[in-house]
Write a new protein. Structure first.
Length: 135
């Protein structure tokens, strides 16, 4: 009986503790923006990521990258960079050029996704480190 009373008390207290506390939009936006740190090692992080992301990271050609810039995303802004390269297709021949959007949170690579539209206006510079990847 005592155990049952303690259990009921615990459930009641946890129900009170889980008050529907709603964080204001201003607080959420401030927390979002606080995570915008410039990604200082962005090139090295992208190289490390693609080494594991690609089935065959060797033989990449026409690699290029854009400098990280702040772009509107989600609740505010995020640093993003665009990466373009040609990789081997299943037949071993080089496939078409592909653009990817790289999103950074707290200065670290957070997301890597297709970015044809988002990267259309990017200013690319050569990215030779990507062309020397090995397995």
């Amino acid at each position: 009986m005592r155990l049952l009373s303690l259990l009921a008390l615990g459930v009641t207290m946890s129900a009170c503790a889980s008050d529907n506390y709603e964080v204001s939009a201003e607080v959420r936006k401030a927390e979002w923006e606080a995570k915008n740190l410039y990604p200082r090692a962005y090139r090295a992080e992208i190289v490390a990521y693609l080494r594991t992301y690609l089935n065959d990271p060797t033989g990449l050609r026409e690699a290029a990258i854009s400098e990280p810039v702040l772009k509107s995303m989600g609740l505010g802004q995020r640093y993003v960079s665009c990466v373009r390269y040609r990789a081997k297709a299943g037949s071993g021949d080089l496939g078409a050029s592909r653009d990817h959007l790289v999103v950074f949170v707290q200065g670290k690579l957070d997301a890597f996704k297709e970015g044809k539209e988002q990267c259309a206006a990017a200013t690319y510079v050569p990215f030779p480190e990507l062309e020397t990847l090995t397995r």
